[in-house]
Design a binder for this molecule. Structure first.
Ligand code: DGJ
Length: 424
């Protein structure tokens, strides 16, 4: 769920995007579009993705939005056992990605088309006359005979489109130039040989430099995002360099969006926070990244504001949202808990455990309790569970208290940099 108010249709306002929560449609259903692909048609962003409500046999859903937070369900554009006989039986779809071909006027989905043991190593292409219709199967198999898994697409400014996938048993990345109608791969260029990268996402900056973000192959577990750049998609890529923290802020790249406005262009990284904690509960994470020549600033934002009219983004003003912690006192702290005196009684309704930048997955607090107290002696449980989501606001029933205690039964408190409290 991307929350926070914006008058509907008021495009000249700041929209707050809050990360880590389930996205919901305007009618309250959970958005199921993982490893999403995006296409802007007029003022609307279309997003297709894996429907993981049936975890290992996803259909492909399509949603649309003008602000990446109010989502309308458009259609189940590819359906198991309907779109093709084998889909939902001997094949499943991962990473469906959208393209529009201006010459043919058709919309296409390219994706990973796989068997349950990932042995098929195929891609597939589907096509439709409208963006939100029922897509028809065009082709499935190994592009140019090459084993192909995790993937994405990229459409260049001259209209040339590419399918990019992890090739030959996860060894390399393959850049496949597509035919003029985007229905088949016609040329292959091997990139990053034997570096086992997947989840590629490419963006081109106005000066003509292409940046690629990708991950290692570690199943659903997050790992270090790396980045490289070039002036020519087929050659000259720099060596991959680490970017962001060792678990990409608990995400894996899906897309880089360009929000072009009247004053600025903001680039938004979109990634999947897989299995948070289950596959159907995977979250879509979005945060702004920025470029300065060949440098990229890649930092997580638990929330940020974006103005779709001007294209600008800013840090969300937090005075009204988070409790002022400048006068807080830490009363006790060890690996299992931290007790904080907030100095005065106040009404609170949530907290965020902000992880240390370098905290790896195995150090994150998952089992937790958040206790509150008025007098520092008698404690109530405000929230507890087996899964504390990464750097995400956890809400509970509003309550008055002066003291808070975060408990990590697995002794992982040292992975927390800061506890932030949400005003009630
Ligand atoms: C990571 C890939 O990026 C996903 O698309 C999916 O294939 C999982 N691995 C499966 O473990």
């Amino acid at each position: 769920m991307l929350v926070i108010a914006m008058a509907v249709g008021a495009q000249n306002e700041w929209v707050t995007i809050q990360n880590g929560l389930l996205w919901k449609t305007e009618t309250g259903d959970v958005v199921q579009a993982h490893a999403p692909g995006f296409l802007k048609v007029g003022e609307r962003w279309y997003m297709c993705g894996e429907d993981r409500s049936v975890p290992f046999s996803p259909d492909v859903n399509l949603y649309s939005s003008t602000d990446l937070q109010h989502w309308r369900f458009e259609n189940k554009i590819i359906k198991n056992r309907v779109t093709t006989e084998e889909l939902g039986r001997s094949r499943m779809i991962e990473r469906p990605k959208l393209l529009y071909n201006a010459k043919t006027g058709k919309y296409l989905v390219w994706c990973h088309y796989e068997s349950s043991n990932y042995g098929a190593s195929e891609a597939a292409c589907f096509e439709c006359d409208s963006v939100n219709g029922d897509y028809r199967f065009v082709w499935g198999g190994r592009p140019l005979g090459i084993k192909s898994r995790d993937c994405n697409v990229y459409q260049d400014t001259d209209g040339t489109a590419y399918f990019i996938s992890t090739t030959e048993e996860n060894q390399h990345l393959g850049l496949f130039r597509l035919s003029d109608d985007y229905r088949e791969a016609v040329e292959h260029t091997q990139l990053f040989p034997r570096q086992s990268r997947e989840a590629p996402a490419i963006v081109r900056l106005p000066e003509g430099r292409y940046f690629m973000f990708n991950s290692a192959c570690s199943g659903w577990a997050p790992n270090q995002c790396k980045m490289a750049y070039t002036m020519n998609l087929k050659e000259g890529w720099t060596p991959l360099e680490n970017i962001g923290n060792p678990i990409a802020y608990d995400t894996q790249a899906a897309a880089i969006l360009e929000i072009k406005g009247t004053k600025a262009t903001t680039y938004l990284y979109v990634g999947d926070r897989w299995q948070d904690p289950s596959l159907p509960a995977t979250k879509t994470i979005i945060f702004p990244i920025s470029f300065d020549g060949t440098e990229c600033k890649f930092e997580y934002h638990e929330r940020f504001d974006i103005n779709f009219e001007t294209g600008e983004w800013r840090e969300t003003p937090t005075e009204g949202i988070f409790a002022d912690n400048t006068k807080w006192k830490t009363l006790e702290q060890d690996d299992e808990h931290i007790t904080i005196d907030m100095g005065k009684k106040q009404s609170i309704k949530g907290f965020i455990a902000k992880p240390r930048e370098k905290a790896g997955e195995r150090w994150l607090i998952r089992r937790y309790q958040l206790l509150t107290s008025k007098d520092g002696k008698t404690w109530d449980t405000a929230s507890e569970g087996r899964w504390l989501p990464y750097w995400t606001e956890v809400d509970f029933e509003s309550r008055e208290c002066r003291y808070i205690k975060l408990v990590s039964p697995d002794a992982r408190m040292r992975s927390v940099e800061e506890v932030v409290v949400v005003k009630g």
